[in-house]
Design a protein around this ligand. Structure first.
Ligand SMILES: [Fe+2]
Length: 188
């Protein structure tokens, strides 16, 4: 794992300088849950798990404008495609600048570019680990600030979508109690 620590530091530093603070705990726990789902996860999977949300650091506002105004909220298609591709590009550029092998660059880019919607088995793994980590770490933030920003309905549908998109039975079992708790708190 030569490049994983470098990318990790890059992501931490990038978010430290960004307008939009990154939740390093969410990134760390995405890697943790990835390793629960696939104990022999390779370097590209670990890099993608930690760096999947790097696009957020390039934004001026915490919520992407599209997610705020689109009737589809956080599931706005254009927003998701932008979020996935921009993040994949930033991390691929970093790896290229550090002379990483092309095969690693391509694989990381492929993984991040579908981390929201999934696709192949490995892209689904990143998506599932992200969902579990989301329910574990992001709910308080969504309840305390996103509800006021975009409304309860959009936050509720984000919770539902983050749960429904899970592919693996194991990840679903891990996320279910946290998802139920999140919905209960939203209704309080
Ligand atoms: Fe995420």
């Amino acid at each position: 794992m030569e490049y994983y620590p470098k990318v990790k530091q890059f992501v931490i530093d990038t978010f430290a300088k960004a307008h939009n603070p990154g939740d390093v705990k969410h990134f760390e726990r995405t890697v943790y849950w990835l390793e629960q789902l696939k104990p022999d996860a390779d370097e590209a999977l670990c890099i993608a798990a930690f760096a999947h949300d790097t696009e957020r650091a390039s934004r001026k506002t915490a919520t992407h404008p599209k997610a705020g105004i689109s009737p589809n909220g956080f599931q706005d298609k254009e927003f998701l495609i932008y979020h996935q591709n921009k993040g994949a590009e930033i991390v691929a550029d970093f790896l290229r600048e550090h002379d990483a092998p092309q095969s690693l660059i391509d694989r990381v880019q492929m993984l991040i570019s579908k981390h929201e919607v999934g696709g192949n088995e490995d892209q689904n793994l990143i998506k599932d680990a992200d969902s579990v980590s989301y329910f574990e770490n992001q709910i308080e933030h969504f309840l305390s600030s996103k509800v006021a920003e975009v409304g309860k309905d959009k936050v509720g549908s984000k919770f539902q979508w983050m749960f429904d998109r899970i592919t693996s039975e194991k990840a679903r079992t891990l996320a279910r109690p946290m998802f139920e708790e999140a919905k209960r708190k939203l209704e309080e």
